[in-house]
Write a protein that binds this ligand. Structure first.
Ligand code: ATP
Ligand code: MG
Length: 363
């Protein structure tokens, strides 16, 4: 398996429009990797089948958001000439691979997955069915296994995602080792790629809750207009103990500073220019944080800076979106081409898998 091709697979569930958490957690990295020219193949998956596992009653929502997510990708800089955008449910080999992998994972093992546990809790899916809670759809429970099919179908070597996906990657790696152990070296072992800074691994909501999430209404969307973003920033949760400007403040659990770390932190190549232009009193984020902690720096001032920083990132995204929105059939054509390429790739993997398992009866 040496001289292995370098392949990226990653994606999003079309359960809503993409927000700045998705952007810093994964999307921004994908665009950088795409433009680095260091990868042989890049697959960006719109995981509609996975979205249906907990939205079976609402297929209209998934259909509508499929286009939203595709527009978000293209606006953020995913280039269809360099990356294949694909629709998960249209790749027929995926459910078949999932079915074989299911035999290599125990119910007990899926139950231990911390992300599945917390997502079940969030969705009101209980272990036992009761009057006021719904039971867990089997498809939802098994989604970490179908994710292993997604990753391995394309021979992905690198999966750039946020922190909540760590248990999914671990599960995939276990399946790969198990499969290769039983049937011989067939599947490629993927590596997770987390964002460089901690803030971007799990961006909190504007309300200060642990994760910005479509389902919690605490998001700034990539498609929000300038005024909506500015309003969301100016009403953001900050340090509740920082009442007067002169009070010493906290920066650690303060989402305003966490967003600044994600968008203007020291590992950000634009950070220096952003401070020079919008906050020339400070050389970098550390200096601004120190001032806030010391006291004497007001929330409004910090929020205005954050607003400028976000608008700098979002304005080119908005411009590209306006262009793509003019020709929606062209967007569907991009999806059609990406999906066809992906299907052929997954088909080859499935043939390899069937051969390894000795179920390729007719050669
Ligand atoms: P859902 O509530 O439907 O699960 P979601 O907001 O969790 O939606 P996903 O489509 O499940 O979004 O995740 C897409 C990608 O975005 C994953 O790589 C995930 O790790 C990343 N991601 C999602 N939310 C955040 C966040 N708040 N901060 C950083 N990364 C995030
Ligand atoms: Mg999720």
């Amino acid at each position: 398996m040496e001289n292995r091709k370098k392949v990226i697979l990653t994606g999003d569930r079309p359960t809503g429009k993409l927000h700045i958490g998705h952007y810093v957690g994964s999307l921004r990295r994908r665009v950088e990797l795409q433009n680095s020219g260091k990868f042989d193949d890049i697959f960006i998956m719109i995981a509609d089948a996975q979205a249906l596992t907990d939205n079976a009653k609402d297929p209209g929502k998934i259909r509508e958001n499929l286009l939203n997510v595709a527009l978000d990708y293209l606006s953020a800089g995913i280039d269809p000439a360099k990356s294949h955008i694909l629709i998960q449910s249209m790749i027929r080999p995926l459910p078949e691979l999932t079915a074989y992998y299911m035999n290599l994972v125990t119910v007990q093992r899926v139950r231990r997955n911390p992300t599945v546990k917390s997502e079940m809790k969030m969705r009101g899916f209980s272990e036992e069915e009761s009057d006021n809670e719904e039971g867990t759809p089997v498809g939802f429970f098994c989604y970490p296994i179908s994710q292993a099919a997604d990753i391995t179908a394309f021979d992905a070597t690198v999966v750039p995602v946020g922190e909540d996906q760590e248990p999914m990657l671990e599960q995939t790696r276990e399946i790969v080792r198990r499969f290769n152990g039983i049937y011989g070296e067939t599947l490629v072992l993927p590596d997770i790629m987390l964002p460089g800074n901690k803030a971007s691994r799990r961006l909190p909501g504007t309300d200060g809750t642990a994760k910005m999430s479509k389902s919690l209404g605490n998001c700034i969307y990539l498609s929000d207009d300038e005024e909506t973003v500015s309003k969301a920033v100016m009403t953001m949760y900050t340090d509740p103990t920082h009442l007067k400007v002169s009070d010493p403040g906290h920066t650690d659990d303060n989402p305003v500073f966490i967003y600044l770390e994600a968008f203007a932190g020291e590992d950000n190549p634009d950070a220096k220019a952003l401070f020079e232009e919008y906050a020339p009193d400070y050389a970098d984020l550390n200096e601004m944080e120190e001032h806030y902690r010391r006291g004497g720096l007001g929330d409004v001032k910090v929020k205005r800076f954050l607003n400028s920083v976000l608008q700098e990132s979002l304005s080119p995204i908005r411009k590209r979106r306006a262009e793509y929105e003019k020709d929606i059939p062209a967007v569907y054509e991009i999806l059609r081409e990406g999906t066809a390429y992906a299907e052929a790739t997954a088909e080859r993997t499935l043939n390899r898998v069937r051969k390894a398992m000795g179920i390729d009866y007719f050669g």
